[in-house]
Design a protein around this ligand. Structure first.
Ligand SMILES: Nc1ncnc2c1ncn2[C@@H]1O[C@H](COP(=O)(O)OP(=O)(O)O)[C@@H](O)[C@H]1O
Ligand SMILES: [Mg+2]
Ligand SMILES: [Zn+2]
Length: 252
């Protein structure tokens, strides 16, 4: 700020009853500078202040964006903030596999599938949700969690509804950076359900957008539930996690 404008401000603040003084100081990084401060206040480096304010604005913006992303992700309440505890070697292995998948999709924009297979209660949904939350918090990626059946019904609910189209609903599920599809083996196997699932997986595949797919059925039997085309996509850049231990709800 030049001396003239500083004096103008000083005169103005003086007129409204605030006493301002000009003090000189020196910053080790930015050198000497004169600043106008309220009488009694300490000198500060204007360049450092500007950097601090920019960082603060950025972190507020990020926090705001992440809160919005968290809302849009629809992570079930019971999994929010909950951690998957890995004690057994097989659990450590799936955790490591998730980390490898994470590094892979953050490094390059490409289609990839993280496939979690295991019986009920082994922590698949928990680990997938923890992963989704970490993508939001640490990488500001947009994530959507939903069961496959839930996704199909959301799309089908658009039929005959004014202002909603099937295409618009499909696009919603294509747009997320990462789509977590839970219970993929539990969709009602109608022709329409299969078409919708195939369409979404195909479009995500074409747009290089990864998925997380969770199933209670062995991987080799998935074709029966998701159709041949989806099954074949799931073989490309596939990262498989086998949840082989017993139900955590029963052993806990
Ligand atoms: N490794 C684990 N660490 C902490 N909690 C776990 C773990 N595995 C399972 N749980 C708990 O057990 C319950 C079932 O987990 P969930 O993820 O819903 O299983 P799945 O999706 O495989 O059926 C949840 O309440 C979850 O919090
Ligand atoms: Mg589950
Ligand atoms: Zn400075």
């Amino acid at each position: 700020m030049n001396d003239v404008s500083m004096e103008t401000i000083s005169t103005f603040l003086g007129a409204v009853g605030m006493r301002m003084v000009k003090i000189d100081g020196e910053c080790l990084t930015h050198g000497p500078a004169s600043v106008l401060v309220r009488s009694g206040s300490n000198w500060h480096c204007p360049a450092c202040l500007e950097i601090e304010m920019a960082a603060e604005a950025r972190s507020m913006w990020l926090a705001d964006r992440n809160a919005t992303l968290m809302q849009a992700a629809h992570i079930p309440l019971k999994y929010i903030g909950q951690r998957f505890i890995a004690t057994a070697p097989a659990q450590k292995e799936v955790r490591a596999q998730v980390r490898i998948f994470r590094d892979f999709i953050l490094q390059e924009r490409t289609w990839a599938a993280l496939i979690m297979i295991g019986t009920t209660g082994t922590g698949k949904t928990l680990l997938a949700c923890e992963f989704g939350q970490s993508l939001i918090a640490n990488a500001s990626r947009s994530v959507r969690y939903i069961t496959a059946a839930g996704m199909i019904s959301e799309i089908q609910a658009s039929y005959g509804r004014e202002g909603k189209t099937e295409e618009g609903e499909i696009l919603r599920f294509v747009q997320y950076d990462v789509l977590i599809l839970d219970e993929i083996d539990a969709i009602r196997s109608t022709e329409n359900a299969n078409l919708l699932l195939t369409e979404i997986i195909n479009r995500r595949y074409n747009e290089a957008k990864p998925v997380v797919v969770i199933s209670n059925q062995p991987f080799d039997s998935l074709a029966k539930y998701v159709g041949e085309r989806v099954y074949s996509r799931l073989h490309e850049n596939a990262f498989t996690c086998a949840f082989t231990w017993a139900d955590a709800r029963k052993t806990a």
